[in-house]
Design a protein around this ligand. Structure first.
Ligand code: GRG
Length: 300
């Protein structure tokens, strides 16, 4: 059966298994010195999470007819950056959380100094993985472009900057545009980079490139709106992390700024935008449409 004939659930499970295997090979073994650091890196990355960013890489990459081995490497890069951000975000100096992906956070299990190093090392490993796409059929200029895109998405103008704005906003009231700006950086930039890097491993027309960017903007924001809704209506057992943290920390969220029902309406509008972009991209972009549905209808 061709991959395009598979149901989304079967396709997504197969791609999640692929990236798990690729991460397993990319991460140094748990008995390689320094053992504690490598054990903790594997604890942070393997066997958990929804793998939304890798799925986006595969879906955009398959649309762009990219080599699967290159997509494995790009998917690992995105997941390593994401896992690093979760490890640092959970530390006492930031969100101070004890539960992540259904198990004790890395600083709880391994201590704060190791948790900091896990994040640092995962960030470096991400760029090593991305550089390896050169050996998997991606041309050198495209690899350099991907390195720049991921660096900007993770850096002070992207995720780290969004996190800084988030930390400064505790106890403050942001208006909807300021909230949007924060989340476009903190969460949206990495999700958008996932789509962009998948596509950059293959080839797309300029028009499709713009459609993919529009799709990524919509799902990036939808992801955060749904995250804020789940923080209010979800429970720790299904979320695998502490529920109600944002309200407890006095953080502005879509629910606190817009209200619950308007937030649900916004998520539905963003899904419609994503679907529109997917329709314009054609049948090859079907998986991207499925992921948009998953992001908006998820319970964890
Ligand atoms: C520390 C530089 C730095 C950045 C942290 C990602 C992040 C920025 C903070 C995480 C806090 C948070 C709850 C953000 C909202 C959205 C988000 C990224 C949720 C976690 O991502 P999922 O749901 O997690 O994809 P899994 O575990 O499924 O991979």
């Amino acid at each position: 059966m061709a991959d395009t004939d598979l149901s989304f659930e079967v396709w997504a499970a197969a791609r999640a298994a692929r990236v798990e295997h690729a991460l397993e090979r990319l991460l140094p073994a748990g008995d390689v010195v320094p053992v504690r650091l490598h054990e903790a890196m594997r604890y942070a990355v393997l066997g958990g999470g929804k793998r939304v960013r890798p799925l986006l890489v595969y879906a955009a990459g398959e649309f762009a007819c990219a080599p699967l081995a290159a997509l494995d490497a790009a998917a690992c890069a995105l997941e390593c950056i994401h896992a690093y951000s979760l490890v640092h975000d959970d530390m006492p100096c930031m969100d101070d959380d004890i539960l992540r992906r259904g198990k004790p956070t890395v600083h709880v299990a391994y201590g704060e100094a190791t948790a900091m190093l896990v994040g640092d090392a995962l960030q470096a490993l991400a760029f090593d993985a991305l550089a390896s796409t050169l050996a998997h059929g991606v041309a050198a200029p495209a690899v350099v472009g991907m390195v720049g895109r991921l660096a900007r998405a993770a850096g002070s103008l992207g995720m780290a900057g969004g996190q800084a704005i988030d930390l400064a906003a505790v106890g403050a009231m942001l208006d909807a545009p300021a909230l949007r700006g924060m989340h476009e950086r903190k969460t949206g930039a990495l999700l958008a980079a996932s789509v962009a890097l998948g596509a950059a491993c293959g080839r797309v027309t300029d028009a499709d490139h713009d459609r993919l960017e529009g799709y990524a903007r919509a799902i990036g924001l939808a992801f955060q709106v749904v995250d804020d809704i789940l923080d209010v209506v979800g429970d720790a057992a299904s979320l695998g992390k502490t529920a109600g943290k944002d309200a407890d920390h006095g953080k502005p969220t879509y629910v606190s700024v817009l209200g619950l029902e308007p937030s649900r309406t916004l998520a539905a509008e963003l899904l419609a935008q994503a679907r529109e972009a997917v329709a314009a991209l054609g049948p090859g972009a079907r998986r991207l449409g499925d992921i948009a549905e998953l992001i908006v209808t998820r319970h964890s």
